[in-house]
Write a protein that binds this ligand. Structure first.
Ligand SMILES: NC(=O)c1ccc[n+]([C@@H]2O[C@H](COP(=O)([O-])OP(=O)(O)OC[C@H]3O[C@@H](n4cnc5c(N)ncnc54)[C@H](O)[C@@H]3O)[C@@H](O)[C@H]2O)c1
Length: 356
């Protein structure tokens, strides 16, 4: 196979900032053949970055190009299902932004389309490509934690409602911080735990801070009257193997510092994996009745987990290997969020249906 020719649909924040640079980082292996956006400015920016790429406002142009073998779907959540399914049916492999869909029903249809087409559907969940995550996964797989029974996952911002895009609009996003950033830390957590099968979830959500026009926001301005998502969600998820995850996520919360971390606790040791920073991994263990906090020194350095994710996609396409982040795992996450939102609405624990 020659170079993998790709099209990028949606050249806003993530399409322009991560997908295109990811493809451009391996020029010998792939080529950005098309960039597509509904708006002039993002399209202009994308065309400047991916020199030589054709531009269009109609994604069907690139789906109709037989030379394009793979596409990025980097548009708001509302359009993930439609564009992904059309791309798969056009015979393209798809790297779809997170969350895979607005809900499990859509995610299920996307997984089915990928299976029917025999194409790769990869969910853009980049945290698992980070150096700390890779190390932690190997450490856990080697059995060093013993039996993993509990994890505490946090994606908490103090004042971080995205001021761009449609992140405050439930109709276009499906939800707030839970589905937007909770998805990252929950994916990392479940990836480290070996993606156990979820059974039920209970949760609560709030929106008081997000709707308050008197409050500061650190990520740009937005119209408080149009804020229809939650500003914070917390919940507990039960898994078939008896393990439990507590998940906290917020765009706004009265806490000291932003937290992006997961702590996995097993019968022999625990491990903390952070989203970034100097020491992304810590291990908590005991030997001879002495407690140890360990900091691994040779964690692999991954300059950009986004770039690593895009490269993994291109390699899977070129080699015909399975999806590096299968659609079915995106479906698990959506099914969990569906149950959490239902639980918040009803005040009762809800079952999780992640069946394909
Ligand atoms: N992986 C991450 O860390 C990460 C970070 C930010 C956003 N995202 C995800 O990426 C997606 C987009 O978010 P964003 O921040 O880039 O938003 P954005 O608003 O900056 O960009 C989205 C772009 O898609 C374009 N668009 C919408 N519908 C289109 C269509 N039918 N055809 C062509 N273009 C279309 C819009 O004009 C816009 O330019 C969301 O699903 C979001 O959850 C992921």
């Amino acid at each position: 196979m020659g170079k993998v020719k790709v099209g990028v649909i949606g050249t806003g924040m993530i399409g322009l900032g991560c997908h295109i640079p990811g493809y451009l980082s391996i020029p010998d292996e792939c080529e950005v053949a098309w960039v597509c956006d509904l708006l002039d400015e993002p399209l202009k920016d994308a065309s400047a970055l991916a020199a030589g790429a054709k531009t269009t406002k109609d994604y069907r142009d690139l789906l109709n190009d037989p030379e394009v073998v793979a596409v990025s779907v980097a548009v708001p959540n509302l359009s993930h299902e439609k564009l992904t399914i059309e791309a798969l049916q056009a015979g393209k492999h798809v790297l779809c932004e997170k969350p895979l869909a607005m809900n499990a029903q859509e995610a299920r249809a996307m997984c089915k389309a990928a299976k029917d087409a025999g194409k790769i559907l990869q969910v853009a969940l980049q945290m698992r490509f980070g150096g700390g995550a890779r190390f932690a996964r190997e450490f856990i797989d080697a059995g060093h934690l013993g039996d993993v029974h509990y994890a505490r996952a946090q994606a908490l911002r103090r004042r971080g409602v995205p001021g761009w895009g449609v992140f405050i609009d439930k109709a276009q996003q499906g939800g707030g911080p839970l589905i937007d950033i909770g998805v990252h830390i929950l994916d990392l957590t479940l990836f480290l735990m070996g993606y156990p099968q979820p059974v039920s979830a209970t949760a609560q959500t709030w929106d008081t801070l997000g709707r308050d026009p008197s409050l500061y926001n650190g990520m740009g301005d937005y119209d408080r009257a149009k804020f229809t998502v939650e500003d914070m969600a917390v919940g507990m998820i039960r898994f078939k193997d008896g393990s439990v995850v507590v998940l906290e996520s917020s765009f706004m919360a009265n806490i000291k510092d932003e937290q992006f971390r997961t702590e996995i606790m097993g019968t022999k040791a625990g491990i903390l994996v952070k989203g970034g920073g100097e020491d992304p991994v810590e291990i908590y263990t005991e030997q001879d009745r002495q407690l140890f906090d360990l900091k691994p020194r040779n964690v692999p350095e991954v300059p950009s987990s986004h770039t690593a994710e895009v490269q993994a996609f291109v390699h899977a396409v070129a080699e015909g290997s399975p999806s590096p982040v299968p659609g079915e795992q995106g479906l698990v996450l959506n099914a969990i969020f569906d149950a959490m939102y239902r639980s918040a609405a009803t005040g009762k624990e809800q079952s999780v249906d992640a069946s394909v």
